[in-house]
Ligand binder design. Structure first.
Ligand SMILES: *Cc1c(COP(=O)(O)O)cnc(C)c1O
Length: 375
């Protein structure tokens, strides 16, 4: 049997009946924009995460951008984040002409290092050019960042915390779900994320009533609530499609079971690989949503070619850290500035990860990894 990196076909067959019923409901009522499924999904997600408000939107990128707009982030503001993430995390900061400040990662969790964060804020404050406004921790590959430490630092400096939970929806941190760990949180329903739609989509989570109201307005061109032709601020067309909301509602019926399966796959990988490569480190009292299973090896390229030879797909997340991306040259970073993430980016490789991998497939993947790591 073919091994896929992510397998949406088996999932589709499993939810097909529910999904078709959900889509038929939408075709029957015909409200493709902001139909009742959007509010239904928002309520269900709010219950799942245990937050007061969920605002569905058009993508994970919009889910990051909208809270920054609501907080009125502007030129001269410094937003601290990790360089070891997808471009969108820092792109939204730069789109508002604020300044992303990259902080190196912890070598085990691969998430932003709270000690480095504190030092970076002190340096920016001492330089006196930028105003520290907010922190965007990323829950990389599904493993939550260290929010207790980050929140303490944020409170000391009166900064907001915007959780990038695009990869971690469904994960736990010290008894709380991701999505509830910052002042606001963003997730993505890109099809390959743990909870995906059949196209683009995203959501913002918050307990802050005022923020939720502003997000609701920004989502539709800055309209005044209940008055679509009075506009009180600049906004976006960032609505979540009704059909995508219907798809996510169907997927929610199997989501907890899929999270258990992802954990089964991760445990199997760990048992077979931990002596051979550096396997993911999940901190105490934390459960990953396993968006990716990423290992570190000094023999990464040999591991990759062994996998390719056996017809097994793999991926490199991320080959170039954000501080070294061409688009951010103007920020003035050099190679060597953030050594931990630079070293990690040369050793990391992600293995196939989805809930429908069976034990035989996982063993085949592990056999290849072990063969590659030992050549
Ligand atoms: C996928 C992703 C995003 C962006 O989500 P889209 O829905 O593709 O816009 C943002 N941050 C991280 C960490 C992601 O993995």
């Amino acid at each position: 049997m073919n091994i896929n990196f992510v397998d949406l076909t088996q999932q589709f067959r499993r939810i097909e009946d529910t999904l078709r019923r959900r889509f038929d409901d939408v075709f029957a009522h015909g409200r493709y924009i902001m139909g009742p499924e959007v509010a239904e999904l928002e309520r269900e997600l709010a219950d799942f995460v245990a937050v007061k408000h969920v605002v569905g939107c058009a993508s994970g990128t919009d889910a990051l951008l909208m809270p920054l707009m609501a907080y009125d982030v502007q030129p001269g503001d410094a937003i601290f984040t990790t360089p070891f993430t997808f471009i969108a995390t820092a792109e939204v900061v730069a789109l508002l002409r604020a300044t992303p400040v990259f902080v190196d990662i912890d070598p085990r969790s691969l998430n932003i290092d709270p000690v480095g964060l504190s030092q970076a804020i002190d340096r920016v404050q001492a330089a006196g050019k930028l105003r520290p406004r907010g922190i965007i921790p990323v829950d990389l590959f599904g493993i939550p960042a260290d929010y207790d430490a980050i929140k303490t630092i944020a409170d000391q400096h009166q900064m907001f915390v915007l959780e990038d939970a695009a990869q971690s929806f469904g994960a736990w941190y010290r008894g709380r779900r991701t999505g509830s760990l910052g002042d606001a949180a963003a997730t993505s329903f890109f099809p390959a994320k743990p909870l995906g739609a059949y196209g683009d989509g995203g959501a913002v989570f918050t307990n802050d009533d005022g923020l939720a109201e502003t997000l609701d307005s920004i989502r539709v061109h800055g309209q005044q609530s209940n008055d679509r032709y009075n506009n009180v601020r600049l906004g976006l067309n960032a609505r979540l499609d009704t059909l995508q909301a219907a798809a996510v509602l169907a997927k929610m019926t199997v989501f907890e079971d899929e999270l258990d399966s992802r954990q089964r796959v991760a445990t199997h990988y760990c048992e077979r690989l931990q002596e051979v490569v550096q396997v993911p480190h999940v901190p105490a009292d934390t459960i990953s949503s396993w968006a990716q299973y990423s290992i570190l090896s000094d023999r990464r390229d040999a591991v990759r070619s062994a996998l390719t030879t056996s017809g097994i797909p793999s991926a490199i997340y991320y080959p170039v850290p954000l501080h070294l991306q061409a688009v951010f040259t103007y920020l003035g970073y050099q190679a060597g500035d953030l050594p931990v993430c630079e070293a990690v980016s040369s050793k990391i490789i992600s293995l196939p990860m989805h809930p429908y991998l069976d034990a035989g497939q996982i063993d085949r993947i592990c056999d290849s990894v072990i063969a590659g790591a030992q050549t």
